[in-house]
Design a protein around this ligand. Structure first.
Ligand SMILES: [Zn+2]
Length: 228
């Protein structure tokens, strides 16, 4: 497992391109820029990230998305989101995945860029699509990648377990999940998910090449808009 629990893309100030600043559990930072690599000193990219963390404590850092062998978008450890492989051409699955990523606090602009969503579509369009067509996720007899198929589900999966008697507003304030989606998801949350889903770990081995749905691996880089 990687030492780094968070990473951030920071644009270079001297030219095109970005550097990646990573932070470990102890709060130690590293950067991919030459200044850091050759001098091991805090560079301006690290200072940018630290400054952001200090000045924006009320806006939790968006999670890092990791492609994983999961049935649906699932919260991972240390502010990560595990993202299933996208079956090409399955609009209902894509819409479900987009709405789930939004619920997990991934900004729409980032989702739009990385899935090359059409310019004329809005965040609300995907929410409306899921509300009218339903949610589609992977299912499999044994949860393994090889026997996976796409299934319809009425249940929504919350990024974090709901406390008993917790209102959607309280959940929103506690977790930072968008309130409009929390209001949709909470009444539809699967009853037993809170205690079981969080312990499911992604398969650490890379999935075997598999063409059944024309899958491709999608890795969303970390959030970068806040530093531009
Ligand atoms: Zn740097």
């Amino acid at each position: 497992m990687s030492r780094w629990i968070q990473s951030f893309e920071v644009p270079s100030t001297s030219g095109p391109g970005t550097y990646v600043v990573s932070r470990d559990k102890q709060g130690v930072y590293a950067c991919s820029c030459p200044h850091f690599i050759y001098r091991r000193g805090a560079c301006k990219h690290i200072r940018t990230v630290q400054e952001h963390a200090r000045t924006a404590p009320t806006h939790p850092v968006p999670p890092t998305c990791i492609a994983a062998n999961v049935c649906a978008v699932t919260a991972g450890e240390n502010n990560t989101v595990l993202v299933p492989l996208l079956p090409i051409g399955h609009t209902d699955f894509l819409a479900t995945m987009i709405v789930d990523l939004l619920l997990h606090r991934v900004p729409f602009d980032l989702i739009r860029r990385h899935y090359h969503l059409p310019k004329h579509t809005s965040r609300q369009d995907y929410i409306d699509h899921v509300l009218s067509h339903g949610r589609y996720i992977y299912a499999g007899a044994d949860g393994r990648f090889t026997n996976r198929y796409i299934t319809h589900t009425d249940h929504w999966q919350l990024p974090e377990p709901l406390h008993s008697q917790e209102s959607p507003e309280a959940y929103h304030h506690r977790t930072g999940a968008p309130l409009d989606l929390v209001r949709i998801a909470v009444p539809r949350a699967a009853p037993t998910e809170s205690s079981t889903t969080r312990s499911i770990a992604p398969d650490p081995s890379p999935p075997a090449p598999h063409r059944r749905y024309g899958q491709r691996r999608i890795i969303l880089p970390t959030e970068s808009e806040t530093f531009e």
